[in-house]
Design a binder for this molecule. Structure first.
Ligand code: FMN
Length: 212
């Protein structure tokens, strides 16, 4: 375990951070390739991601979701169409995503614009969900949230018994976020942390180094 003033760095193999592509003095030109390099593959565990939106009154709101996929162009997540985040995105599709890697080794911050994902993408994602998450997609309602615990458990058990793998509900919606700015942060065991910031321009992506 390594210590730095004011914080603790969980031990991860030094090689990971020193050889991270972001440590290169010549950053990759394409942030999408870098994101693909960093993010888990389709068969691996999905990563938690903070989705930040702004509500109709201008207040920011943030919550964790699981990143469904990055297809090389857009970051997808899935949620309930009746949720606050969905209402926020309808009023203002500008969004920020924050993904933190275990051990405080890497952070990816994305600013972009969210659009409702094509129905086939949402259906593909739903098909990969566990029975628990499918049942949750049906039962995660305001009405159920207000019930006493015993009744919520009873409803869950009855629904799960009747619908072991329920079909996709109408309210299941996907969002695809097209980035216009991406910030890759890496820690370094022997140098200051730093970021590479990519900004989309009419001629493609530009990049520059920023302090961590
Ligand atoms: C680890 C973790 C993963 C979560 N994944 C999702 C998800 O993929 N989709 C989702 O709608 N909510 C997910 N949630 C619940 C959200 O954080 C949030 O409470 C819910 O979506 C309602 O948010 P909203 O009212 O701001 O729209 C997750 C929560 C946690 C702690």
């Amino acid at each position: 375990m390594q210590t730095m003033p004011g914080r603790l760095i969980v031990d991860v193999p030094l090689i990971d951070r020193r050889t991270d592509p972001v440590q290169s003095d010549a950053p990759w030109e394409d942030p999408a390739a870098l994101a693909v390099d960093w993010l888990p593959g389709a068969d691996e565990e999905r990563m938690p991601m903070t989705v930040s939106t702004v509500d109709a009154e201008g207040f920011p709101g943030a919550r964790t979701v699981l990143l469904s996929e990055f297809d090389g162009e857009r970051f997808f997540f899935h949620t309930d169409a009746a949720s606050q985040k969905a209402a926020d995105l309808t009023a203002n599709p500008k969004v920020s995503l924050t993904i933190l890697w275990p051990g405080f080794t890497r952070q990816l911050v994305v600013q972009g614009t969210a659009e409702i994902a094509p129905p086939d993408e949402a259906s593909r994602a739903y098909a990969t969900r566990s029975p628990y998450l499918r049942q949750l997609a049906w039962l995660n309602t305001t009405e159920n949230a207000r019930l006493p615990r015993a009744e919520r458990e009873q409803r869950w058990a009855a629904f799960a018994a009747q619908h072991p793998e329920p079909a996709q509900p109408d309210g299941w919606v996907g969002y695809g976020v097209t980035p216009h700015r991406m910030l890759f942060w890496v820690s370094h065991p022997g140098a200051p942390s730093r970021r590479v910031e990519y900004t989309r321009t009419s001629r493609g992506w530009t990049h520059r180094h920023l302090p961590g």
